[in-house]
Design a protein around this ligand. Structure first.
Ligand code: GLU
Length: 476
């Protein structure tokens, strides 16, 4: 058994952090923190055809924004580095050769055309498409001769062909996979780069990874990995395969049904804390039926035993609800800061910071995403446009009387007075009932008959601001 918990997040740099990747990174991080272990970021960039400019920086920035810090990885080098697989090619080469020498791997010269033809035939015969092992027993001298002649080749793993592979997964318990379903996996490509399968095993071993935590889609590859550990005589890590993340219709989470990149959620005004809370619950369930979890609390309670093996539905409505909760319950100054950019890009002057804070305090009650803030606060900065119908309401004799009356009352008001009592007093004195008072006043101050309570509106505008707004609707 490994005596220290060391876990890794091993993304291929595709250009953005997928929400599924964020969940893996988060569970790695939670487990490492809880077990006082290490969380490692390793970049799996051996597929040169998928190189994306700036992808690694982007990924690291997204993790940083989400508060998931790694202990080792790019920029935090240790004896276990380098943490880019593209900088470890000699290591993989050495281990691939060791497998050849031990007879656990072999050279294969099958061309793409040959492989396509093989697959087509198998499909036509309704067989599971699989490499047929045609070079498994090819004589070594002949192979070396062809290589010396510069012939293209790959290295394949000589997988056992009989029986059932069995391993223990911490979430799923015992997993059995029939060997007839497992291919002689390519471990070295013709361009001299390793495939994921060889690189992941070699690195997880050399980096002393204790628990391999990754998506369910890798379960079927696990027998190949375990076989390589056995060939090398290495101790296997523990296996943890996380459930799929699904759309509400239970199909695999896809771009077609909404965003999948963490940065898109951040751009739309989801708070990192809310996203983290939401993602924490994509698979894991706390003992008590609670929904709101800070990361510190999750670190204490987290366990893989409480992660479901069934797919976890990415319910965007629930995310909106949760984000709204965080917007309302986070410190006002933080939310105000996070909203600032929306005001700037809409050319709204928020230099009066006290007013700005009062606006955010009221407006945040109405939103579930920060990008909705302008819709609920621009009326405090610009006079609202009223429809003909609403203008007519304010032009009525009664409304005009009410506006004049209120202007008079507010001029006498001391802002440190209890505004709720003040408004109650005004209603009483005006002799009006409920909406006959509220509707015109709210229209004049806010531009809509429904919205925040009148005392809150008076508080936002202040004495002078309130009077100005009311006067604006007086017919001269
Ligand atoms: N590079 C793999 C991926 O991006 C990592 C899988 C693993 O964690 O083993 O899915």
């Amino acid at each position: 058994m490994h005596n220290e918990v060391r876990v890794r997040f091993a993304p291929s740099p595709t250009g953005y952090l997928h929400v599924g990747g964020l969940r893996t990174a988060l569970y790695d991080y939670l487990f490492a923190k809880q077990q006082k272990g290490k969380f490692i970021l390793r970049i799996e960039d051996t597929d040169q055809s998928r190189y994306v400019e700036g992808a690694v920086e982007n990924l690291i920035n997204s993790l940083k924004t989400m508060g998931i810090d790694f202990d080792e990885g790019p920029g935090i080098d240790t004896e276990y580095g380098p943490y880019f697989q593209s900088q470890r090619l000699n290591i993989y080469k050495k281990y691939a050769e060791e497998l050849i020498q031990k007879g656990f791997a072999y050279y294969c010269f099958a061309t793409k055309e040959e492989l396509d033809e093989m697959r087509e035939k198998q499909m036509a015969q309704k067989q599971h498409p699989k490499y047929d092992g045609r070079y498994r027993n090819y004589p070594m001298e002949k192979a070396l001769e062809r290589i010396a002649n510069g012939e293209e080749h790959v290295i394949r793993l000589k997988m056992p062909q009989e029986g059932v592979f069995t391993f223990k997964d911490i979430i799923r318990g015992q997993v059995d996979i029939d060997s007839s379903l497992v291919d002689d996996q390519v471990i070295m490509k013709s361009d001299g780069f390793p495939t994921y399968h060889l690189a992941v095993v070699v690195d997880d071993h050399l980096m002393k990874i204790s628990h391999v935590i990754r998506g369910e889609e890798w379960i079927s590859s696990t027998p190949k990995h375990i076989f390589m550990y056995q060939c090398f005589g290495w101790e296997t890590p523990q296996w943890v395969h996380l459930p799929l993340i699904l759309n509400p219709d239970r199909s695999k989470l896809s771009k077609r049904q909404g965003d999948v990149a963490v940065e898109d959620y951040l751009a739309k005004g989801y708070l990192p804390e809310a996203l983290i809370n939401f993602i924490t619950l994509l698979g894991w369930h706390p003992v008590a039926d609670e929904e709101i979890f800070t990361i510190d609390k999750t670190i204490k309670e987290f366990s893989f035993e409480r992660v479901n093996k069934a797919g976890a539905v990415f319910d965007r409505e629930k995310l909106d609800w949760m984000n709204g909760w965080y917007i309302r319950n986070s410190p006002l100054s933080e939310i105000a800061e996070a909203c600032r950019k929306y005001f700037t890009s809409n050319d709204i002057d928020i230099s009066d910071n006290e007013k700005y804070l009062r606006v955010i305090e009221v407006a945040r009650e109405y939103i579930s995403r920060l990008d909705q803030i302008i819709e609920h606060s621009e009326m405090y900065y610009k006079l609202p446009d009223l429809s003909e119908e609403n203008r007519a309401i304010l032009q009525s004799e009664n409304a005009q009387k009410l506006l004049n009356f209120l202007i008079e009352q507010i001029s006498k008001l001391d802002l440190s007075d209890d505004l709720v009592q003040f408004v109650k007093g005004c209603i009483k004195e005006s002799g009006l009932k409920g909406k006959d008072f509220y509707h015109p006043v709210r229209l004049a101050l806010y531009g809509n008959t429904s919205g925040p309570d009148i005392p809150k509106l008076i508080n936002i505008f202040g004495k002078e601001g309130t009077v100005n707004r009311l006067q604006n609707w007086l017919e001269s």
